[in-house]
Design a protein around this ligand. Structure first.
Ligand code: ACO
Length: 359
């Protein structure tokens, strides 16, 4: 038995395939790098949801329906009170998502895909005392997110970079959050319950909570010359280097390059990008020397941090932005699992004390 279920096949899926040896991610027959260059989030959501809802409209109509769902869920922003604002953005967003009732139809799926996109900007604005900005149902999804956050129209390059990010992280095999979502879906609990399980699993630093600490690491290192001593000291303390290593990939995570490409299209980010590349080289060199038995490579979170920082998202919101993209995967996996009709219920091996016999 392995504590982390490594190597265990726990589901059959048509949705995505992670080849850790080749460094390849296929989403419904398409390579993630190609999708990130050409597809919008609505198009990739259509790709994932195809076959799981009888009334799924074509991609362009799905984009408009997603816009209408953003407007619909915006009503929940009025419930954002001081208690929720005292929480981390991930926890506040999760609480708002929990206000959406369970359902199994396309409308429920659309509300869930709209929810983090609408709630995250509203939470970020409220934390700095600014009023929320209502969604525009006619805008592109990423463009609207950036407008709701900044109160000003995004440039075409910024909107394209955020679309590329949401596409890149939309699904990734049976990762921890997707497995959590599938377990809940297998009980018949409904899509919101499954999505909340996924979101809760995502927030941990070993999964989707890593990019905030990547920024902390880059800030703490400060300059290229300090990278090697800083990283050596972190490893000597027993720390893990955030943005490196992966359960499945033994080579570079293909999403890292898709996101690096997207970040490089944002002019002001390029200085920080060059610095981050130098830190990445130093980290890979040290990890190779100190952990030669384990191939530790750059994962998706390293360039997620750079891209989202360049788009002016604060680090505490990075996991919520990850959830904007991954929600499409959670919903599709939840539907696929529910349609299989099989409850996920493994067994544990008891290693506790044996009962005492009554005298
Ligand atoms: N820095 C330093 N050492 C590492 C790192 C790292 N980033 N990742 C793994 N290792 C080491 C472990 O300490 C372990 O060494 P040990 O045997 O001497 O204790 C060895 O490599 C094997 O590690 P495992 O724990 O078996 O690797 P696992 O597959 O469980 O871990 C994980 C995967 C959690 C992603 C890990 O690499 C890690 O903690 N990375 C940093 C956090 C991170 O970037 N998370 C985002 C992942 S991507 C995503 O989920 C979207």
């Amino acid at each position: 038995m392995s504590n982390g279920l490594e190597g265990v096949i726990a589901a059959e899926t048509v949705l995505s395939d992670v080849d850790g040896a080749a460094g390849r991610l296929v989403i419904r027959g398409r390579l993630v790098g190609d999708l990130a260059k050409t597809a919008s989030f609505a198009e990739v959501a259509h790709l994932l949801l195809d076959g799981f809802f009888d009334d799924l409209p074509p991609p362009a109509a799905l984009e408009r329906a997603l816009g209408r769902s953003r407007v619909e869920v915006f009503a929940e922003v009025a419930t954002l009170d001081a208690t929720l604002l005292a929480l981390a953005p991930t926890e506040a967003a999760r609480a708002l998502i929990a206000r959406l009732g369970d359902g199994d139809d396309l409308d429920a799926a659309l509300r869930l895909m709209a929810a983090p996109a609408v709630f995250t900007p509203a939470i970020l604005r409220a934390r700095r005392g600014a009023a929320p900005i209502a969604p525009d149902d006619s805008a592109g999804h990423a463009h609207d997110v950036l407008h709701m956050m900044n109160g000003a129209p995004a440039s075409a390059a910024e909107a394209a970079a955020l679309e590329a990010y949401l596409v890149t992280v939309c699904d990734h095999g049976l990762n921890a959050s997707t497995f959590a979502a599938r377990i809940v879906a297998s009980t018949g609990a409904g899509l919101t319950s499954a999505a909340l399980a996924g979101f809760s699993a995502l927030k941990g630093p070993l999964h989707g909570g890593a990019p905030g600490p990547v920024i902390e690491m880059l800030d703490a290192i400060g300059e290229v010359d300090n990278a090697q001593p800083w990283l050596e000291a972190a490893l000597a303390r027993g720390d893990r280097l955030m943005g490196f290593g992966h359960r499945i990939y033994r080579v570079r995570d293909p999403r890292a390059d898709a996101l690096k490409r997207a970040a490089s299209t944002l002019g002001p980010a390029s200085g920080r990008l060059a610095y981050a590349e130098a830190v990445e080289r130093a980290a890979l060199d040290i990890l190779k020397r100190r952990k030669p038995e384990r191939s530790l490579q750059t994962n998706v979170e390293f360039y997620t941090a750079l891209l989202l920082e360049a788009l002016a998202f604060p680090p505490e919101a990075f996991t919520c932005v990850f959830a904007m993209g991954r929600m499409a995967g959670w919903v599709a996996h939840a539907r696929e699992q529910a349609q299989s009709g099989r409850l996920i219920r493994p067994q544990s091996r008891y290693v506790g004390p044996t009962p005492m016999r009554a005298a």
